[in-house]
Design a protein around this ligand. Structure first.
Ligand code: NAD
Ligand code: ZN
Length: 454
């Protein structure tokens, strides 16, 4: 039986160039310079997107950024690519490039007060904490930088619960303890240095401490660089479901130093690619086609391929977030495969599978269901399998998952409205999707049975 619900189409990248947007962001205007020597690297693109007569314009940009204080000599640092998240007076830049942690000005221009708290973990601290502190303080001795080094792991994002023996709520408290002990004031800045777990937790701490302090993201995993650091979703997990406790809280900037990927384990690298593939499937067919040709290069950690994949992913996310910051419809489409994926993460136990691995299996399930509904061609199902296999990602859930495990977690999904589970499903040609509760329930049942035990 088909249930009724609103559905929201994913707009494709029907874009036109606008020249007026830069003037709306004076802080960015001062950063954007397009000298002849760099304009060929990546010409500035300003995108104006009239989405179904919404009464605001949306603009995302990708342009090389030059700092006025650094001259364009042969010893100049590499010019980062800029993607702008356009949210009116809460707009912020994403800087992408190699060696950006060697450019102190990029970070320092976004630190307003004199106190900074860097939040990181035991794996990342030995690799990048000193460098980050240097970037925050070089030529700026008035800034006092404190750091808090948390235990590593997804499980530490979980709140304490009767089912769990560890006490991760205390992990979040460590951030607050440090901030209070070191008398961080309202003008302080919290810096998240790490993957999605650190970013989500630090962002939530920044949103709550003194009812909100400045926040900067320095993402160090593919997952965080292409997805979690952008868009302002912060939070921690509850034993009964992922990301149920959280806040929308936008950073001052996101600094993506692609060199940090050099130390990332292969499995973590592949996990992030699940989100890259997602952007292609839901809204960017040509990006998906690019991925089909370049997956081997990405798996071989080709720097140029990665820089492009991160830029294009951030552009896609920036556009969606600019249109629908608080997830009233369109933004939900970024969760392709996540409803099934969260059930795997929760049912199988946080930390057993990486987030991107669960999303990959969940994407296959969403694609299977889309096909059962007659909404996509068989050839697309095959292409999704192939690209996930190339990225060494799973194409089915763990064997221990049962239909009931899926159903019990899906019942508390945030996308349930009036008792109806809305899903992101592919519909039409590559790059098109819907967020809808209007589907044949039997197709969902059949997909669950096809991919899990009774
Ligand atoms: N807020 C959002 O919009 C959003 C979007 C997607 C995912 N997420 C969340 O992100 C989390 C997953 O993030 P993740 O995949 O980055 O996991 P993670 O933060 O746990 O990092 C993965 C592992 O890699 C290590 N690591 C990080 N950077 C490293 C580096 N450069 N070199 C070596 N090791 C490094 C970490 O210490 C950790 O052990 C999930 O909790 C997911 O829910 C949030
Ligand atoms: Zn995700």
């Amino acid at each position: 039986m088909a249930a009724s619900s609103s559905s929201s189409l994913c707009p494709n990248r029907a874009l036109s160039v606008s020249s007026s947007s830069r003037s709306r962001h004076p802080q960015l205007t001062s950063l954007l310079r397009l000298p002849a020597s760099t304009s060929s690297i990546s010409s500035a693109s300003r995108i104006s997107f009239d989405s179904r007569k919404r009464n605001f314009a949306v603009r995302a940009s990708a342009a090389p950024v030059m700092d006025h204080s650094t001259s364009a000599s042969s010893s100049s640092p590499a010019v980062p690519t800029l993607v702008e998240v356009d949210l009116g007076n809460r707009s912020y830049p994403i800087y992408i490039g190699s060696g950006l942690l060697n450019q102190p000005d990029l970070l320092q221009r976004h630190v307003h007060g004199k106190q900074v708290l860097v939040v990181t973990n035991t794996t990342i601290a030995p690799l990048y904490l000193d460098k980050t502190i240097w970037a925050l303080t070089e030529g700026n001795p008035n800034v006092k930088v404190e750091s808090v080094i948390l235990p590593d792991g997804e499980k530490f994002k979980n709140m304490v619960g009767v089912m769990l023996s560890f006490v991760p709520w205390e992990t979040l408290m460590k951030v607050f303890d440090k901030a209070i002990e070191t008398r961080m004031d309202r003008r302080c800045t919290f810096v998240a240095l790490g993957g999605g777990v650190i970013g989500d937790m630090c962002g939530y701490a920044a949103a709550s401490y003194l009812r909100g302090v400045n926040f900067i993201q320095i993402p160090t995993t593919v997952m965080a660089q292409v997805d979690s650091s952008v868009g302002g979703k912060t939070g921690i997990n509850h034993p009964l479901g992922k990301n149920l406790i959280g806040a929308f809280y936008q950073p001052q900037c996101v600094l993506v130093d692609t060199d940090t990927l050099n130390t990332l384990p292969d499995r973590e690298l592949a996990s992030g690619l699940a989100e890259v593939i997602k952007y292609g499937l839901i809204r960017d067919a040509s990006f998906f086609e690019w991925q089909e040709k370049n997956m081997a290069a990405l798996m071989a950690r080709d720097q140029d391929a990665f820089a492009y994949a991160i830029k294009r992913s951030c552009e896609n996310k920036a556009e969606v977030v600019s249109l629908d910051e608080k997830e009233s419809g369109l933004r939900a489409t970024l969760n392709l495969g996540h409803t099934f994926g969260h059930a795997i993460e929760t049912g199988f136990g946080y930390g057993q599978w990486l987030h991107g691995e669960a999303v990959a299996a969940g994407t296959v399930m969403a694609v299977d269901m889309s096909y059962r509904l007659g909404w996509i061609e068989d050839s697309l199902v095959k292409r999704v399998h192939k690209i996930l296999q190339q990225a060494k990602l799973p194409t089915s859930p763990p064997e221990t998952m049962t239909v009931d495990m899926f159903k019990s977690v899906m019942a508390v999904d945030k996308k349930v409205a009036d008792g109806l589970l809305r899903l992101i499903l592919l519909k039409g040609p590559l790059g098109s999707c819907v967020f809808t509760g209007d589907y044949d329930r039997q197709a969902l049942e059949d997909t669950l049975r096809a991919f899990s035990k009774l």
